[in-house]
Ligand binder design. Structure first.
Ligand code: ACO
Length: 323
């Protein structure tokens, strides 16, 4: 008998304002065709003025709790994966905890940029497996629109805002890969690649900063490292590509998603794609895609779901879940 972290609820929230690619044509030398062809992105949501990451996160959390049939008071831990917290401190997670009305649990943020949700999920799994929590709310939430350089066409057209959340609950499992819940995790980082993707400011350097990216280099690392980590996670779970019901990748670029699926040997019919509607929402992109996949009737109980993500650091990883 072992403790498994089983998904009981999932939900998401997107800010009201939708920005189509054509909006960028007004201020930049770019086109809807270029953005679509190079990234697969057609539109993205941007948070309203005054709307913060914890606002988006709290809405996603409420939706996930509703699906789980749980109250905020049932939650032992709240983990928010984000690189765009409302304030330097306290954590976005404690703000979410307050906004949903939980006073008995503990809350903290995880910062691993676009891989943040995979890192948070892996930490939540460890808390549940070790008995430090029975029910964990894991949220990915971002407002990347706040760190865009609007004069840089090679980055500002790629990102969006949003939030997604999962409720995990401890359940007894046999230890076999037929159990429901998180079956395996694989986390990696390598700080030597800092200059490929970073924000050129922060608390210790006295300005908020803006996102800087070497897109081509990131692309090259992404396909190789994403396939590698997903394969490793599958191997740890004792599964192969044919066992996979759904790949739910970080949604950065349709070409990265397609190349990684090909490398993994999973056809695109088994990949959840939302990048056209959300753009790259960093740590929010996987829980957003999970929520949309469940809402659309694609992901069902018992399915083998492989999540994989890479981002600034570089940091990358994969989590295999039997839904
Ligand atoms: N509109 C029009 N032209 C553009 C735009 C734009 N928005 N942006 C760049 N260009 C130009 C470039 O200036 C370049 O022109 P040049 O040849 O005269 O120098 C040309 O288009 C080609 O640019 P490339 O960078 O070679 O285009 P590429 O096909 O590599 O696509 C892209 C760029 C979309 C950024 C791609 O490299 C990519 O997706 N990389 C990965 C980025 C990513 O996924 N990051 C996120 C992962 S981690 C995270 O999520 C934080």
């Amino acid at each position: 008998m072992m403790r498994r972290a089983v998904v009981k609820g999932v939900g998401h929230y997107l800010p009201e304002r939708v920005v189509p690619n054509s909006d960028f044509e007004k201020s930049l030398e770019t086109s809807d065709e270029w953005i679509k062809a190079r990234s697969g992105i057609e539109r993205r949501h941007f948070a309203a003025e005054g709307q913060t990451t914890s606002d988006l996160a709290a809405e996603a959390a409420k939706a996930a709790l509703a699906m789980a049939g749980m109250d905020a008071a049932d939650i032992d831990a709240v983990i928010v994966a984000t690189s765009t917290a409302d304030l330097t401190f306290p954590s976005a997670a404690t703000m979410v905890q307050h906004k949903i009305g939980n006073t008995t649990g503990y809350a903290f943020d995880v910062q691993a940029v676009c891989a943040g949700f995979v890192f948070a999920l892996s930490n939540a799994n460890a808390l549940i497996a070790s008995g430090q929590a029975d029910r964990v709310l894991v949220i990915g939430a971002e407002t990347f629109s706040r760190i865009m350089d609007w004069s840089d066409r090679s980055t500002c057209v790629l990102f969006g805002d949003g939030a997604g959340a999962l409720v995990l609950e401890a359940e007894g499992g046999t230890g076999a890969n037929t159990d429901r819940g998180i079956l395996s995790t694989d986390l990696n980082s390598d700080g030597q690649y800092k200059d490929l993707l970073y924000v050129d400011g922060g608390v210790s350097t006295q300005n908020t900063g803006m996102l800087r990216m070497e897109g081509k280099e990131i692309y090259r690392h992404a396909v190789e490292k994403l396939a590698q980590t997903a394969e490793r996670a599958l191997e740890k779970a004792g599964l192969v590509a044919d066992d996979v019901s759904w790949v739910v990748p970080h949604q950065a670029n349709i070409r990265i998603i397609q190349s990684t699926a090909k490398k993994l040997g999973v056809e695109m019919e088994r990949v959840i794609v939302t990048v056209q509607d959300h753009g790259n929402t960093s740590a929010a992109s996987i829980p957003l895609a999970l929520s949309v996949g469940v809402q659309n009737g694609q992901i069902k109980q018992g399915d083998v779901v492989v999540t994989e993500a890479i981002g600034g650091g570089l940091a990358w990883g994969s989590v295999v879940i039997r839904w």
